[in-house]
Ligand binder design. Structure first.
Ligand SMILES: *[C@@H]1O[C@H](CO)[C@@H](O)[C@H](O)[C@H]1NC(C)=O
Ligand SMILES: *[C@@H]1O[C@H](CO)[C@@H](O)[C@H](O)[C@H]1NC(C)=O
Length: 340
């Protein structure tokens, strides 16, 4: 073999050994070496133009009267078979039985799993993935379904347009404990480390959702984690659900993203992606804007002052007209008197 041949062989071997590992083997994170800004280098779809989450600017949304309420199917018929609760190092996942589904969309969707996203700083420090008018909620629940009318299973559906339907539920904190969420939170201490799994008693999944399933935002987007496939019909509910501050604190501080055998324990926190550009997309609403509820207090003050000025102006004009009429009546009477 000549030296050129040897050189080429060496180059080939070099590339063989430095070739990027397959995407499935990449351990992505939210910050650091394979943090969100690097995802697209390993998972090209993360750099796409229809990514999630997004900020919902309510003044830019479009009312679509054709959007009827989504209907959870079998969410409350949980049966006796336990659910599996799983720490996958990125979030806590609850696997859902295949008889649960979602109606009210152009196709029937079958439930797969649900999971949560949260922050690290307690209330009002971010934590949700979607934001509304730039404001975060404290956490967000996602219930994932696949299009079982068009595709045989999740893996086939997740790469296809209209393959998935995800319900997004914004979570904020209040005074009261949300008992439904304790069906999950009470068991987190058993799966503190990544890769740990536990069976938990089945519970009513519908009790995690807001009461008003008729008012929501709808747009076409993606998985919010690698590989970020742009296959999701998103439904983000307008109504938020409340959990207590203690419940949020538990969610934020109990899980690790590191495995049990790893020496350095890493808290699983801030597992939310920043909002992505809408680009050409429109966010539709199933409800028409209740105008005054959407205005800020400044705008409401301006409107009240405007209406008051209008009323005063109208009163002045009416007074002027009445006075003018009286004047001419008087004039008429005097004229009549003069001729008598
Ligand atoms: C999903 O469906 C596809 C297409 O029918 C099939 O090739 C694949 O093995 C299925 N995957 C799983 C995990 O069942
Ligand atoms: C999503 O994309 C499909 C085309 O694939 C389109 O028909 C549909 O109207 C879009 N939905 C929304 C909410 O933008």
């Amino acid at each position: 073999m000549d030296s050129v041949g040897l050189f080429i062989l060496l180059i080939l071997m070099f590339f063989q050994f430095t070739a990027a590992p397959a995407a499935e083997e990449i351990t992505w994170t939210y910050t650091g070496l394979v943090g969100q800004s690097e995802w697209s280098a390993y998972f090209p779809e993360c750099g796409g133009t229809s990514q999630s989450p997004v900020d919902v600017a309510t003044t830019q949304t479009k009312y679509d009267p054709g959007l009827t309420a989504v209907t959870p199917l079998g969410y409350s018929q949980h049966g006796n078979k336990p659910f599996t609760l799983y720490n996958n190092g990125h979030t806590v996942v609850i696997e859902l039985p295949e008889w649960m589904g979602l109606g009210g969309l152009p196709w029937l969707f079958t439930a797969v799993q649900m999971h949560l996203h949260w922050g690290s700083g307690g209330p009002s420090h971010g934590g949700s993935e979607h934001t509304v008018n730039g404001l975060s909620a404290d956490a967000e629940l996602h219930v994932v379904h696949y299009n079982s009318e068009l595709y045989p299973n999740l893996s086939a559906a997740m790469t296809q347009r209209d393959g998935l339907a995800v319900l997004g539920i914004l979570i904020v904190t209040g005074e009261e404990t949300n008992q439904a969420f304790n069906s999950i939170l009470n068991y987190l201490s058993r799966i503190r480390h990544a890769d740990q799994k536990v069976f938990i008693p089945a519970f009513d999944v519908q009790s995690l959702l807001p009461k008003d399933l008729g008012r929501y935002y709808r747009y076409n987007g993606s998985l919010t984690t690698p590989p970020c496939y742009q296959s999701v019909i998103w439904t983000l509910f307008h109504e938020r659900v409340q959990i207590s501050k203690a419940q949020l604190l538990k969610l934020e501080t109990i899980l690790y993203s590191s495995k049990a055998e790893e020496a350095d324990r890493m808290l699983l926190q801030d597992n939310y992606r920043t909002t992505q550009p809408l680009n050409h997309r429109v966010v539709f609403t199933s409800f028409s804007a209740e105008s005054w509820k959407e205005f800020s207090s400044g705008e409401v003050t301006a409107i009240v002052i405007g209406v008051m000025c209008g009323c005063v102006g109208l009163a002045v004009v009416i007074r002027f007209i009445v006075k003018t009429i009286r004047f001419f009546k008087l004039l008429h009477r005097e004229t009549v008197a003069l001729y008598l």
